[in-house]
Design a protein around this ligand. Structure first.
Ligand code: ADP
Ligand code: ZN
Length: 748
């Protein structure tokens, strides 16, 4: 598809003596890679002051101006009088060669067109804006004479981000108030107005402030990592240890080594709700807060972070997976925390695994990668096994806290009335915790009130009009929601199929329904639901999590949101409502995911001085996965899982690619799928096998019919090249979309 882009030789232009980058004299032909969905670079003339390879530029394209990067010398070979000049060179650090290689290799690996990769690498608003002063607001010394709700919200924004200042627009958005409220506070000296230069460097982090004294378990692991970082070469290390064993303390030492070496570090977290706890730990360790990069930070901060990564004014960035595409000047370390987490795989837009891309980026930057997890992915285990990655293990929880005791509740022997899910055994355990003033967590990985709404008159279920999916009742929102496309509608009084009123009934439990049951069982208890859809902002969610951690609830009902790294010191009981849930379905990684999730959720219990217990409600206590979870036999589980996947020739011991075709026209997608299947010679040449076309497991989303083809190949097969050759012969007509997912994580 875009092979010609990769294959183009470096430009013949002479390198600039100062920068080593090829320079182009005014009027010289240059090729520019733009962020526009084109399958080639475009030629322009270098501007008045000339330009150099890697410069970010604005170029005219039709009536518009678009962002691009000077990629090399122009091609020529056509009417040169029509070539337009580059509009201007942007005042940002040019793209470094290493970044260009990273984007090129990542594009090749994921079969993504290079312009889409460049879009990922320039996802920062206002790169073209000139540096100038702007008006910002910070917390002043005085308190207002009179406190109103709006004023309190403004001041809370400052309390939340000590030392930061905001523009008026940001404040208004974060506090949900008008400019007049802020001006009132300025008049009283409670808020200060000042002129600040844009895009300043972040405060210096001090690696030589004392860290916590490490335990005998932690110190050797930290020494290995700091040694590797100091050596300044590429390497990847799996850092394994149960939740609470001090992985974060250990990798912060690697960050310290990286800072000492004067290089930049990047820490990726799977969930932005986790960042604030982590930022505080960084501040405690290094004396200042690092740069932050995710969709929850303001546009101004994002641009500052992008520019400072490029100029070296950000020595540590904490962020979401897209932070991998920041233009670091000298990246020495990437930490992927909770590396097994599925959110690291981008499932829409560009399909890439942040874990794999971190390894690629580090290998090009001579940087170290740390993959931290209590339950590493099988991919990572396999790479340790084959000697590609090193392994470090922390064996015990910090402070000799035991891993929670894990037990099964055999639901076949429990007497649970219809429409209820808490077994008598679990109920007694919760009652015991309530008496002791400790917290319990009821875990159910299902948002909403009930997964299915059925009509007792006609037997019909309410489905989404646009998707092959059921509408899920969310009582809290008072609406039915499609979890595929997000469509919502009011809960109807009458069945949409038969028009009979009052016969719609929920079937099965969601977290909201579990909360209802918990309240019915324990009317005095404070019951709280933690589910992503219950909060309007990451800030509100974070505030609730902190309150709960401080003891502001007795029973927490949560989805997998709670499984991820939050600290609840008073929590001593985890009750898994349905441990069998994840084992259903045909997903290749069902066993792995269930194992990881159950171990992760159990890890929430007993983090402080009180020992914890995790109880799993299951109808199949003898299922091998359930038994492995209960025994805590990680090595045994991974060995068995690996043997099964090796025998089946599936990842990580074989290669796969998923191709999904979608269109409003069902015939058109099947026709195309069949044509692709007949044209599979390039795949067969490398020994790859093609399965399908078949309807995708979710056969319709947002009104588009979906057809799937699956390609399987040996581990050593040159899969990308074969796929590229195969796809290059396919002409797509009409409103059909084709997406390629290399190493798919889920099949939907
Ligand atoms: P993990 O990342 O493996 O879940 P953490 O690094 O978050 O573990 O450690 C769990 C808790 O134990 C944290 O509150 C941390 O501050 C504390 N802790 C870990 N190691 C030490 C240590 N050597 N000294 C003091 N506290 C520690
Ligand atoms: Zn839908």
């Amino acid at each position: 598809m875009t092979d010609d882009l990769f294959a183009r030789p470096d430009p013949a232009a002479p390198p600039c003596p100062q920068t080593g980058r090829a320079r182009f004299a005014p009027g010289a032909l240059v090729s520019v890679l733009t962020t526009q969905p084109l399958d080639r670079t475009l030629d322009y003339r270098a501007p008045q002051a000339g330009c150099a390879k890697g410069d970010f530029v604005e170029v005219p394209l039709g009536p518009r101006r678009v962002l691009g990067v000077v990629w090399g010398a122009g091609e020529g070979g056509y009417d040169l009088s029509r070539v337009r000049p580059v509009h201007r060179v942007l005042d940002v650090a040019p793209m470094r060669d290493e970044m260009r290689q990273f984007l090129t290799r990542a594009a090749e690996y994921t079969l993504t067109p290079l312009p889409a990769m460049l879009r990922l690498a320039t996802r920062s608003p206002g790169l073209g804006q000139d540096v100038s002063l702007r008006r910002v607001y910070a917390r002043g010394a005085a308190d207002p004479d009179r406190m109103t709700d709006a004023r309190a919200r403004v001041l809370a924004v400052f309390d939340d981000a000590p030392g930061l200042s905001f523009t008026m627009a940001e404040l208004a958005e974060l506090a949900g108030c008008g400019a007049s409220v802020v001006r009132g506070l300025v008049a009283q000296g409670a808020v200060e107005e000042r002129e600040a230069p844009r895009d300043t460097a972040y405060p210096r982090l001090d690696p030589d402030l004392p860290g916590k004294p490490l335990t005998d378990d932690q110190a050797p692991a930290a020494a290995q990592l700091t040694g590797a970082v100091a050596a300044g070469r590429y390497g990847t290390t799996m850092l394994r240890g149960v939740t609470g064993s001090g992985k974060t303390e250990v990798y912060l030492e690697a960050v310290a080594a990286c800072l000492r070496a004067g290089r930049q570090a990047l820490v990726l977290l799977p969930e932005i709700a986790l960042t604030s706890e982590f930022l505080s730990r960084v501040e405690a360790r290094f004396g200042a807060r690092p740069a932050e990069w995710h969709h929850g930070v303001t546009q101004t901060e994002r641009r500052r972070c992008w520019k400072m990564a490029a100029e070296g004014g950000a020595s540590l960035v904490v962020g979401a997976r897209s932070a991998l595409f920041l233009p670091f000047r000298d990246l020495g370390l990437i930490v992927v925390d909770e590396e097994h987490d599925t959110s690291y795989k981008q499932e829409d837009g560009v399909l890439y695994s942040a874990r794999d891309m971190a390894v690629l980026r580090a290998s090009l930057a001579s940087a170290q990668v740390v993959l931290a997890s209590a339950t590493p992915s099988l991919e990572t285990w396999a790479n340790v096994e084959s000697g590609k990655y090193r392994a470090l293990t922390l064996h015990s929880r910090f402070g000799d806290r035991a891993m929670p005791d894990m037990r099964a509740i055999d639901m076949r022997a429990e007497d649970v009335p219809p429409g209820r899910w808490v077994s008598p055994t679990l109920r007694a355990l919760i009652a015991d915790r309530l008496e002791k003033g400790e917290q319990s967590l009821l875990f159910l990985n299902r948002r909403g009130y009930a997964p299915v709404t059925i009509c007792r008159a006609c037997g019909g279920m309410i489905g989404c009009d646009h998707c092959d999916a059921r509408m899920v009742e969310h009582r809290f929102l008072k609406r039915l929601v499609c979890h595929q496309c997000g469509e919502t509608r009011p809960i109807p009084a009458a069945c949409p199929s038969c028009d009979v009123e009052g016969k719609l009934a929920p079937v099965g439990p969601g977290v909201e329904r579990m909360a209802e049951e918990a309240t019915a069982l324990f009317p005095e208890a404070r019951v709280e639901v933690l589910s992503s859809d219950m909060y309007t902002s990451a800030r509100a969610l974070k505030a609730r999590i902190e309150a709960i951690a401080a003891g502001d609830a007795d029973i927490v009902v949560g989805t997998q949101l709670v499984a991820k790294g939050h600290n609840f010191p008073l929590l001593t009981l985890v009750g898994v409502i349905d441990a069998d849930l994840g084992l259903q379905g045909s997903d290749l990684r069902a066993a792995e995911r269930t194992f990881q999730l159950m171990r992760q959720v159990a890890g929430r219990a007993g983090r402080a001085e009180r020992p914890g217990a995790a109880w799993l409600q299951t109808f199949q206590p003898d299922h091998p996965v359930i038994r492995a979870i209960l025994k805590g036999d990680e090595d045994g589980f991974w060995a068995a899982e690996a043997a099964e996947r090796r025998a089946a020739g599936v990842p990580p011991y074989g290669r796969m690619a998923g191709i999904v075709l979608s269109s409003p026209d069902v015939q058109a997608v099947f026709d195309l799928g069949n044509r692709m299947a007949r044209a599979d010679a390039p795949l067969r040449r490398v020994g790859a096998r093609l399965y399908g076309p078949a309807p995708a497991p979710i056969a319709r989303i947002r009104g588009r019919h979906r057809v799937r083809l699956l390609v399987k190949a040996d581990k050593s097969a040159p899969l990308q090249a074969a796929l590229a050759e195969w796809l290059a012969q396919i002409r797509i007509k009409g409103d059909i979309r084709l997406s390629v997912d290399i190493d798919p994580q889920s099949f939907y």
